[in-house]
Design a binder for this molecule. Structure first.
Ligand code: HEM
Length: 510
């Protein structure tokens, strides 16, 4: 018995010892693997506010660019209590958005947008509904879009209207005038034709309020106060109803509902006028096939339509305005573009198929998109799972900012990153060349679905305007106001928003 007791005791102390050894090993392995989970470096955040205070006084994208020089191409900052990983430089941004598209392909959920959109639309949604709406928008743009004459003709028709508005300023020559309102109207009309199937008359109060509200909504979305709400959403919930953002959103929903209602009343499945009809046709087809698909509900239609306006209006109008600003600022480059247009096209209407014969003009438009840098931080992404990226551990659900400005100005990719230099897109024989680091529309599965339409508008509008007018800087506008990086906000628009911006002369001799 005594021997058996002894044996039992010794075997239990052995198993205790064994358990301790196993625990020790587990601890060593897990703590070393924890140590291997090196998180991206970054500056020390302030309690609760993180780095928000420094963002109030500086433009976030320039602040991030500075930080990337100190902390490298993958670094962490805190917006309020929320962690954000910033990706900088062409190689890093491309590796994340393209090579790791499955991990970095989701959109982060900003609480304010989440509250308004309820997971609908394209821009702020994820998963099945996002896929359905994005595919529908893309196929609508393809079926009716660029490449087929119909869209091109609509852009040309709109450009004629824009030229008439510019001509009215003839008497104003020398003093300059603000090109902002007519350019926004022209772009809004192209998006309206794409979405609703028809344009509005300039000055129509319904149209004016639609354009103004969309602009203001976009401006507020990226304002400091809205960023504060996004970091402290309970604060927004308390005050939402009293904010301008909320009121604009509600008015937008009301107006978009009314415009969609008018189309539903006259809907004919055999005649697709625009995106709204394409949505209704798809919904009807699914119903007839007995397939229930929650994505094709009224709310999704409304949010998607509003998304197309919001995403397309500010970006395209802003880039067009930068194109004119660069022409005014660099008269010699304007001479070269107008010289090429004169030689190759003469007085006839420019068409998209002419692009291949206008390498300098094409290079000028690409350089405008590069230096205008209209969406310097793209739109925020989110990791869909834990990932170790470039040696750093990033947890699932982390907000990720692809810093497009660091790609479009990457010193290892561009010969003169901070100058306006169309030669970036020309080879030694003056032929147009594509550049890998040219990603103003972002890259990967969430890249801009409106790219082809936007490029079509930029080409036709800029070339046709330059056939008719010469642009110059009015007296009193400072150098700083002509510099893209002098502007605030997420979408970089020329600073002199509401002031005279360009002097035009009708009937340029070409
Ligand atoms: C010069 C003009 C434009 C520029 C520079 C631009 C740029 C961008 C960028 C950088 C993004 C973020 C993509 C990402 O998260 O990776 C985006 C998204 C988007 N853009 Fe554009 N855009 C332009 C015009 C347009 C137009 C004309 C439309 C449609 C009418 C449009 C519709 C959208 C939509 C719906 C998204 C969200 C895509 C998604 O989340 O899947 N954009 N755009």
């Amino acid at each position: 018995m005594a021997v058996a007791d002894l044996l039992l005791q010794s075997s239990s102390s052995v198993s205790l010892l064994g358990a301790l050894v196993v625990l020790l090993l587990v601890y060593i392995v897990s703590s070393s693997s924890f140590k291997n989970r090196k998180e991206p470096p970054g500056p020390k955040p302030l309690p609760l506010l993180g780095h928000l205070p420094s963002m109030v006084f500086r433009k976030p994208h320039t602040e991030f660019l500075e930080l990337s020089k100190k902390y490298g191409s993958v670094f962490t900052i805190y917006l309020g209590p929320n962690k954000v990983v910033v990706l900088a430089g062409y190689k890093t941004v491309k590796a994340a958005l393209v090579s790791h598209a499955d991990v970095f392909g989701e959109r982060t959920q900003w609480p304010v947008e989440q509250e308004i959109n309820q997971g609908h639309g394209i821009i702020w949604s994820n998963g099945h509904s996002w896929k359905e709406m994005r595919q529908l928008a893309l196929s609508h743009l393809r079926n009716f879009g660029i490449g087929k004459k119909m869209w091109e003709d609509k852009i040309i028709e709109e450009c004629d209207c824009l030229i008439e508005v510019f001509k009215k300023f003839k008497g104003n020559a020398g003093q300059g005038f603000d090109t902002t309102p007519p350019i926004y109207d022209a772009v809004a009309n192209i998006i309206s034709s794409m979405v609703y199937g028809s344009r509005f008359e300039y000055g129509d109060p319904v149209f004016t309020s639609l354009v103004e509200r969309t602009r203001r909504h976009m401006h507020l979305l990226f304002s400091t106060s809205m960023q504060m709400y996004n970091q402290f959403p309970w604060f927004y919930k308390l005050f939402a109803r009293w904010t301008e953002f909320y009121r604009l959103g509600a008015a937008n929903v009301k107006q978009t509902t009314e415009l969609c209602r008018l189309l539903k009343e006259t809907f004919d499945p055999h005649m697709c006028r625009g995106f709204v009809d394409a949505f209704l046709v798809r919904k009807q087809n699914l119903k007839e096939s007995g397939i229930t698909n929650q994505s094709f509900c009224n709310e999704n239609l409304l949010v998607t339509v509003m998304n197309l306006f919001t995403a397309g209006l500010e970006t395209t109008s802003g880039t067009l305005r930068w194109g004119l600003v660069f022409m005014a600022k660099y008269p010699k480059i304007q001479d070269q573009v107008q010289g090429e247009l004169s030689r190759v096209i003469g007085h006839r209407q420019v068409r998209l198929e002419d692009r291949k014969n206008l390498p300098f003009t094409d290079a000028f438009i690409h350089e405008t998109l590069r230096l205008a840098n209209i969406a310097p931080m793209s739109l925020p992404r989110r990791t869909s799972k834990d990932v170790t990226f470039q040696g750093y551990f990033i947890k699932k659900g982390t907000t990720v900012v692809p810093l497009l400005t660091s790609v479009l100005n990457d010193e290892s990719e561009w010969e003169s990153p901070y100058s306006f230099n169309p030669a970036h897109f020309l080879d030694k024989d003056e032929k147009f060349v594509k550049r890998d680091a040219f990603i103003p529309f972002s890259a990967g599965r969430r890249s801009c679905p409106g790219e082809t339409l936007a490029r079509g508008m930029l080409f036709i509008f800029l070339t046709t305007l330059l056939q008719h007018f010469r642009f110059s800087v009015p007296a009193g506008v400072s150098e700083d106001e002509l510099n893209p990086n002098s502007c605030l906000g997420l979408s970089l628009n020329p600073l002199f928003h509401e002031q005279p911006s360009a002097e035009c002369e009708e009937g340029l001799k070409i």
